[in-house]
Ligand binder design. Structure first.
Ligand code: ATP
Ligand code: MG
Length: 869
C-alpha cells in the first residue's frame, strides 16, 4: 500500500465514523508560550481541551505535522541513529471532545488496524496504565476490560506512569493511555526472544505505533488531580511507522516516504545506502532533517539566531555536518533535495510546492554560510591542537567550538582523534551544564492555578468598536519569573484590549475601580484563545466593576501602522510583482516592519514608486470596509490575501481599503487619510530571498522630518548659507580632492630630494653600501625610497627610522645579493632593532618594517644597525 493511500484510508475510516476531517495546522505555534512547535496531534486543539473555545464538531480526525526537537519531547539526538524516530513526522489522530470515550476509541483503533489495514493481530501488543502511588491512581481496569474483548490477555501488558500516563505539560488535562505496539521481527527471532519482553525497550522492530489517550483528569499547579467534567479522547499514530508495518519493511527509511529522497542523496553523493553504518546514519539524518527544515520554512519559520528560528537552524546545521563529515559534501547540496520532496509530498502538503523556490534559496544560503563557518572552525581546531601542551584538549576549548561554530563534541573528538589527540569530556560537559543552568535560570517562571471568580467561558473582544468599557474580572493568576518579577494575568468577561497577534503588539492601558484605584495594563496577549491582561498588581476589590480603558495614542499609532502595512503589501505586489508574499511583520506605535519574499534588491526608483503608491492611497481617503464573519472561501473568492502558516477558522475577518483586501484580525484606522503620511526608512535582505522594509507613519513622520530639517538648517549654517547647498558640498569635495593630489605630489618631490641628499651619505663598509638614518617621511615614502635606492645601487644595506606623529618606524632594505651572500635577513633585523623603539615587526629577508611606541629609541636602533656588518 502506498503511503498516500495509507493516509487516505485513515481519514476515510474516521470520516465514516462521523468525524470532521481537518487539514494539518501549521507547525509553528503562535499563541502558546509553553510550546515552540506542534509536537503532538493534540497541540492545535489545546484550547478545546482547556475549555477556552468550542470545536467545530466534537469528533475530528487529521494528519498533523509534528516536530520533536525541543522542550519536553526532543528526539533530535536519536534521529539517524535509530530507524523509527524523526524530527518531523505526521501524527494521524482522532479526537473526541466530550463525546465518545474508551469503548469506541479502542474498538475503532482495533477495527482500523486489523480489518481495514489487515494487520495480523498476532504481531500486536497493547498496554494499559498500571496505576501510580504518587497520584493514588489504580490500574485502568476500564481499558483492560475493553481490550480483552479484542486481544488475548497475554498480549495486554501493564505500563507505568512514564509510558502510560499522558500529560500535556506541568498543568492541564491529562489521563491514562493505552499504546499499541507491533512486533515485526522474523519468526526465527520471535522464537528466540519473547516479544512481550521487548515492548517499550527501544527495540527497532518492536515499536509503539499508536497511543490512545483517555483524558479524564486535570493536573493543578500544586500537582494534584481533579476529575474533568467532560472526558476526551486524543489519539496519535505515527504515520511513518504505520507505513513501515504496512509496506512490510524493517525501517521507516525503507518506506516510500523516504526512499525517493534517499535515492537522490545517493546520486548526489555517490555513496550507497545500506553499506556502511556511518554513511547510513548520515543519509538518514539528512533525509529526515531536510523535511523538517522545508516544512518549517513553508510554514513561515525561517532559520535565524533566536527562538524557533534557531532550532531550525541547528537542525539544518546538523544535516550539513553529517554530509560534510560522512558524505564528503563540501559544497551546498541539501537544497537540491527540495525538488524531490515537493514532488513527493506536495499533494498532501501543497505549501511545499507553492514555496519551493523560497525553501531552496533559504537552505542553499544557510548551507553556504555554515560551510564557511565549518572551515573557520576547522582552522581554529587545528590551532587549538597545535598549541595544546598535552594530548588532551581542554573541555572549554571544545565547548567554544560547539557554542560558536556549532561543532558538536563527537565531531571535535573525531577530528582530534585523527591527529592523535583526545578531548576532556568532563570539562566539556561541565561547560554545557553551566550554560544550560544559566538559560534555565533566565527563563524560569512559576505560574499559579487560575483563581476563578465567575464562570464565564465566552470572553468577548469588543476592542474593534470601543476603547472604553465596564468589565468584570472573571479569573486571574500569578506568574513569577526572573525577568519580570511578580505579575498578574487578568481575564475579564469582555475586553477592549487588543491582544498581541498578526504582528501587531498588544494594547496597553488601565482599569479603574469604583473607588478610583487604577491598575495599569502593561501588555495584552492571547494564550490558547484566552485574552490575558498583564498587570503588576491585583485590584483591591476583585468583584468590583472596572472601567477598562485602552491607551488611545498607543492604539491609534499601531492601527495607523497596521493599515499602512496592508497598503505596503499591495504596493509591493503592484510594483515588484505578484510573487511577493508576506513573511512576517511587526506593527507597533513607533514604526512598522514588513518582511517579504523577493529575489533582488529593491532599486531606489522602485522604493520611490512603492512609497508614492502608499501615499497616493492615503490621499484617496479610502474608508475601512470590514467584514467580521464571512466564510473563508467567500473572502478568498473576493480576492482577500491569506498568509501561509496562519491558522484560519471557517469564518474570517476581512479588511478592505480600496483594492487592498486581507484576512486580518488586527486593528485599523477608519480611513487611510488618518495615516497622514508614509515614509520608508530602510530596505535590505534578512535571509536568502527575503527582504525587509522598515517604515514610519503618522506623527512619527512629522517628528522625523522635523529632525531632518533641523540638521539641514545646521548644515547650511556651517556652509555659510549658500543658495545651493548640495552644490556647495560638491565644491568642497572637489576642492578637497585637488588638495589631496597636490599634497601627494609634494611628498613625492620631497622624497626625491631626500634621496639625492641621502645618496651622498652612503658609506662603504667592507664592500657594502651602508646607510642608517632618520628621515622625515611616512611609511610608504620610506618604502619607495628604499626600492628606488636599491634599484640604483648594488649591495645596499639601508636602515631608515622615522617619527610619524609620535609613532616610531623602522624600515630595513637589503639587496637580494647581500641576503644570500652575507646571510642577512631584514625581517630578523627589524625584529631585533624594534626592541629599541618598544615595538615589533617583520617582513621579508630583503625588506621589512617595524613599528613601535618609542621614537626616542630610533637613534639607538640606527646606531646598532652597523653591528650587522
Ligand atoms: P516513543 O516511545 O517511540 O518515542 P512516544 O511515547 O514518544 O513514542 P507518543 O508521544 O505517544 O510517542 O506519540 C504518539 C505516536 O507518534 C507514537 O506511537 C509513534 O507512533 C509516533 N511518534 C512519536 N515520536 C515520534 C518520532 N520522533 N518520530 C516518528 N514517530 C513518532
Ligand atoms: Mg518519544
Amino acid at each position: 500500500m502506498k503511503s498516500q493511500d495509507i493516509r487516505d484510508k485513515f481519514l476515510k475510516f474516521f470520516e465514516s465514523k462521523q468525524h470532521l476531517i481537518v487539514p494539518s495546522a501549521p507547525m509553528v505555534l503562535k499563541d502558546d508560550p509553553t510550546l515552540m512547535f506542534v509536537n503532538s496531534g493534540m497541540a492545535p486543539f489545546k484550547e478545546y481541551f482547556l475549555g477556552n473555545a468550542d470545536p467545530k464538531k466534537n469528533r475530528i480526525a487529521d494528519s498533523q505535522k509534528c516536530l520533536r526537537v525541543s522542550g519536553k519531547h526532543n528526539d533530535l539526538e536519536e534521529v539517524g541513529y535509530d530507524t523509527y524516530h524523526h524530527t518531523l513526522f505526521e501524527m494521524l489522530g482522532n479526537w473526541s471532545f466530550g463525546d465518545y470515550f474508551k469503548k469506541e476509541a479502542i474498538a475503532w483503533a482495533w477495527e482500523l488496524l486489523t480489518e481495514v489495514y489487515g494487520i495480523d493481530k498476532d504481531i500486536l501488543y497493547v498496554t494499559v496504565f498500571e496505576g501510580s502511588d504518587d497520584d493514588s491512581l489504580d490500574v485502568d481496569q476500564e481499558a483492560y476490560d475493553i481490550w480483552k474483548q479484542y486481544i488475548s490477555e497475554d498480549r495486554i501488558l501493564m505500563g507505568n506512569k512514564k509510558d502510560n500516563f499522558w500529560e500535556m505539560g506541568d498543568q492541564g488535562p491529562c489521563g491514562p493511555c493505552s499504546e499499541i505496539h507491533v512486533d515485526i521481527r522474523s519468526a526465527e527471532e520471535k522464537a528466540k526472544v519473547d516479544g512481550k519482553s521487548l515492548v517499550n525497550m527501544d527495540h527497532p522492530q518492536v515499536v509503539e505505533i499508536w497511543n490512545l489517550v483517555f483524558m479524564q483528569y486535570n493536573r493543578k499547579a500544586n500537582g494534584s488531580l481533579e476529575i474533568l467534567p467532560n472526558k476526551h479522547i486524543d489519539t496519535g499514530m505515527g504515520f511513518e511507522r504505520l507505513c513501515m508495518v504496512l509496506q512490510d519493511v524493517q525501517s521507516n527509511y525503507d518506506t516510500d516516504v523516504f526512499t525517493p529522497i534517499i535515492r537522490e542523496i545517493e546520486t548526489i553523493s555517490g555513496k550507497g545506502y545500506g553499506k556502511d553504518d556511518k554513511t547510513d546514519i548520515a543519509i538518514r539524518v539528512i533525509s529526515d532533517h531536510v523535511r523538517a527544515v522545508a516544512f518549517s520554512i513553508a510554514d513561515g519559520q525561517l532559520p535565524s539566531n533566536t527562538g524557533a528560528g534557531y532550532v531550525i537552524r541547528r537542525i539544518l546545521r546538523r544535516a550539513i555536518r553529517y554530509g560534510f563529515t560522512f558524505l564528503n559534501q563540501k559544497e551546498p547540496f541539501i537544497y537540491k533535495l527540495t525538488d524531490t520532496l515537493s514532488k513527493q509530498m506536495g499533494t498532501a502538503f501543497p505549501e511545499l510546492k507553492n514555496q519551493k523556490r523560497l525553501i531552496e534559496n533559504v537552505i542553499k544560503e544557510e548551507e553556504h554560510s555554515f560551510l564557511r563557518t565549518l572551515d573557520q572552525g576547522l582552522l581554529l581546531l587545528d590551532r587549538v591542537i597545535e598549541n595544546s601542551k598535552s594530548e588532551t584538549i581542554a573541555g572549554t576549548k571544545a565547548f567554544e567550538l560547539y557554542d560558536t561554530y556549532g561543532f558538536p563534541l563527537d565531531l571535535t573528538q573525531l577530528i582530534a582523534k585523527e591527529k592523535g589527540y583526545n578531548i576532556d569530556e568532563a570539562g566539556f560537559n561541565a561547560e554545557m551544564k553551566k550554560q544550560k543552568d544559566r538559560s534555565r535560570a533566565a527563563s524560569a517562571s512559576e505560574t499559579s492555578d487560575w483563581v476563578v471568580l465567575k464562570e464565564d467561558d465566552t470572553e468577548e473582544f469588543i476592542g474593534y468598536d470601543t476603547l472604553v468599557v465596564d468589565v468584570k474580572l472573571t479569573r486571574y493568576r500569578k506568574v513569577t519569573s526572573k525577568k519580570d518579577g511578580e505579575q498578574y494575568q487578568l481575564v475579564f468577561n469582555m475586553t477592549p484590549f487588543y491582544p498581541e497577534g498578526g504582528g501587531q503588539v498588544g494594547d496597553k492601558g488601565s482599569i479603574e475601580a469604583s473607588n478610583g484605584e487604577v491598575i495599569y495594563i502593561l501588555d495584552t496577549k492571547k494564550e490558547n484563545n484566552v485574552i490575558i491582561h498583564i498587570a503588576k498588581n491585583l485590584p483591591e476589590h476583585l468583584n468590583d466593576t472596572f472601567r477598562a480603558e485602552v491607551n488611545e495614542e498607543h492604539r491609534r499609532l499601531s492601527a495607523s501602522n497596521h493599515t499602512a502595512t496592508h497598503l505596503l503589501h499591495q504596493a509591493l505586489r503592484t510594483v515588484l510583482g505578484e510573487h511577493v508574499e508576506q513573511k512576517g511583520s511587526l506593527v507597533r506605535p513607533k514604526s512598522l516592519r514588513f518582511d517579504f519574499s523577493h529575489y533582488a534588491k529593491v532599486e531606489p526608483d522602485q522604493l520611490q514608486q512603492i512609497e508614492d503608491f502608499v501615499n497616493a492611497r492615503i490621499k484617496e481617503n479610502l474608508p475601512l470596509e470590514e467584514q467580521r464573519n464571512i466564510p473563508m472561501q467567500k473572502a478568498l473568492d473576493e480576492g482577500a490575501l491569506a498568509l501561509f502558516g496562519e491558522k484560519y477558522g471557517d469564518t474570517v475577518r476581512a479588511i478592505r481599503f480600496g483594492q487592498s483586501m486581507e484576512l486580518c484580525g488586527g486593528t485599523h484606522v477608519p480611513n487611510t487619510g488618518d495615516i497622514w503620511h508614509f515614509k520608508i526608512k530602510s530596505e535590505g535582505a534578512i535571509a536568502a530571498g527575503i527582504r525587509r522594509i522598515e517604515a514610519i507613519t503618522n506623527m512619527v513622520v512629522g517628528d522625523y522630518f522635523e529632525t531632518i530639517d533641523k540638521e539641514y538648517q545646521a548644515l547650511k549654517e556651517v556652509l555659510k548659507n549658500p543658495n545651493e547647498p548640495v552644490k556647495a558640498v560638491e565644491n568642497l569635495q572637489s576642492e578637497n580632492a585637488d588638495l589631496k593630489k597636490q599634497i601627494e605630489q609634494l611628498l613625492k618631490d620631497k622624497a626625491k630630494n631626500v634621496k639625492g641628499d641621502l645618496k651622498n651619505e652612503i658609506v662603504d663598509v667592507n664592500g657594502v653600501n651602508f646607510i642608517a638614518k632618520k628621515v622625515d617621511l611616512d611609511a610608504s615614502g620610506i618604502k619607495d625610497l628604499c626600492f628606488e635606492l636599491g634599484g640604483e645601487l648594488d649591495n645596499l644595506f639601508a636602515i631608515f627610522g622615522a617619527d610619524n606623529n609620535g609613532k616610531a618606524l623602522l624600515s630595513c632594505y637589503i639587496s637580494k645579493s647581500l641576503v644570500a651572500e652575507k646571510d642577512l635577513n631584514a625581517g630578523t633585523i627589524v625584529r631585533e632593532l624594534g626592541k629599541h623603539i618598544q615595538g615589533g615587526g617583520g617582513g621579508q629577508p630583503f625588506f621589512a618594517t617595524a613599528g613601535g611606541k618609542n621614537p626616542d629609541g630610533i637613534e639607538e636602533a640606527l646606531k646598532a644597525a652597523k653591528n650587522y656588518l
